[in-house]
Design a protein around this ligand. Structure first.
Ligand code: IFM
Length: 443
């Protein structure tokens, strides 16, 4: 394994609250939109839900010990808002905050830096009942939550991301209706995206006003858009629109203070209502940008759409493996937006893992990580300021609409017994990090 990254590079693993915690009725936790949605018949594969998940709420110490065993020095996890404020407004739930304090304490003891996400989709149901992210009031509730987090932990965690993948909340949750809260209304979806971005900017300002020392940013899922046939104007137009709705719709307001004109024109009457001053708040400078990368967009205007050639295979999610797109995208972001330091906050794949005794042999996941890390190294060499990489995910977990069928973990979870087994890819990741001579402080 060759050395491709500098000593200070951040090596991490990533999880999220609803996907791993379980204990949904414990410690005074309120109901989230994902509790409600996952219990609706037919919404999730096998009608799975996050009631127990990886039981991380009770097993967090063991899970953090696993992270330490992998020589990983950064852990990205999210706070379940309904655990710390059951209805999303009013009184704080001290028992909920105490859980995250125990997690942060344990990480500190092991010398692992906490990287926190405030919203990885589990919105308090009471806020959803009042209109959720469609309601501008939720922006104020989120800002209060962020301020309170910063007051309590703003000097103890390494970074805070406001939102994870606002595109998913907006589009999968409100246009396609396949994620919580299950709404299918394009105008609502784009209003949601605007409110998420606005709440991000307001939360950054509120957290800074608390004197937080953590780096502040947002996490976006991004993919470069390739026309299926580069000689077809229709495919090229589809790629421009794919780039516009997934990438530029978020990057432009965050870094240029304006939504892209072509996407606004495409939306027409479904474009969001924007108040004076909103865009300036959204463009509040950030300390880091989180990018989650899984695949490229293969854009075809044909009906039915042309499929990619799957030259490098596909994952259990049916997602094309196409690592060079990560390098292309990171270099493009560097040139078009001059962002602050980038962390790859998620990258990984679901593979058909089989537990064989005490082992899981997952060579295709190893190859996936190897090729994507090479793409990150290439992008850095070409000028992209990438300063960290977090593998998705530490554990197999509740993969949203796919339930527990799809396994993304470095660590296999036997859900019946909650036994954890390191996959070969976990050992490979540990050795890769060691080979980089990582000397970053584990504090
Ligand atoms: O599991 C999800 C995660 O919650 C957000 N990013 C994509 C992952 C894989 O689908």
């Amino acid at each position: 394994m060759s050395k491709q990254f500098p000593p200070g590079f951040i090596w991490g693993v990533s999880t999220s609250s609803y996907q791993i915690e379980g204990a949904v009725n414990e410690g005074g936790r309120g109901v989230s939109t994902w509790d409600t949605f996952s219990h609706l018949p037919g919404k999730i594969a096998n009608n799975d839900n996050g009631d127990v998940a990886c039981d991380h709420y009770h097993r967090y110490r063991d899970d953090i010990a696993l992270i330490a065993d992998l020589d990983v020095s950064a852990y990205r996890f999210s706070i379940a808002w309904p655990r710390v404020q059951p209805t999303g407004s009013g009184a704080w739930n001290e028992e909920g905050w105490a859980f995250y304090e125990r997690v942060i304490d344990e990480l500190e003891r092991k010398g692992i830096a906490p990287h926190v996400t405030l919203n990885h989709w589990d919105l308090p149901q009471a806020l959803e009942d009042a209109g959720g992210w469609r309601n501008r009031e939720t922006v104020e509730r989120f800002t209060e939550y962020a301020r309170e987090f910063a007051r309590r932990f703003g000097k103890r965690v390494r970074s805070v991301a406001t939102h994870n993948e606002p595109w998913v909340v907006a589009i999968l949750g409100h246009e396609k209706g396949i994620f919580a809260p299950g709404i299918a209304d394009r105008a609502a979806a784009y209003q949601v995206s605007h409110h998420l971005l606005l709440s991000h900017g307001k939360a950054l300002r509120a957290m800074r006003a608390q004197g937080t020392t953590a780096a502040l940013g947002i996490v976006l899922n991004q993919s470069p858009a390739y026309p299926a046939d580069p000689d077809s104007e229709a495919d090229r137009a589809a790629a421009r629109l794919g780039d516009g709705t997934l990438n530029r719709w978020y990057m432009d307001p965050l870094f240029r203070g304006a939504y892209p004109a072509d996407v606004l024109a495409y939306l027409g009457a479904d474009a969001p209502k924007i108040e004076a001053g909103d865009l300036e708040i959204i463009a509040t400078p950030m300390d880091f940008l989180g990018i989650n990368f899984y695949m490229r967009q293969f854009c075809s205007a044909a009906q039915p759409p042309q499929q990619p050639p799957y030259e490098y295979g596909k994952t259990e999610m049916g997602w094309e493996v196409y690592p060079s797109a990560l390098a292309v995208h990171l270099v493009r972001l560097a040139f078009d937006y001059s962002p602050p330091p980038i962390y790859i906050t998620e990258n990984g794949c679901a593979m058909p893992d089989v537990l064989e005794g005490d082992a899981v042999h997952d060579p295709r996941r190893i190859e996936y990580f190897r090729a994507h890390l090479e793409a990150v190294a290439q992008a850095r060499a070409l000028g992209a300021n990438v300063q960290g990489y977090f593998a998705w995910s530490l554990l197999d977990n509740f993969e949203w609409a796919e339930g527990y069928d799809k396994r993304f973990g470095l660590v296999y979870v036997d859900y019946a017994s909650q036994r954890r087994v390191l996959k070969d890819s976990a050992l490979w990741y540990r050795d890769f990090i060691r080979a980089q001579g990582a000397t970053q402080t584990k504090d």
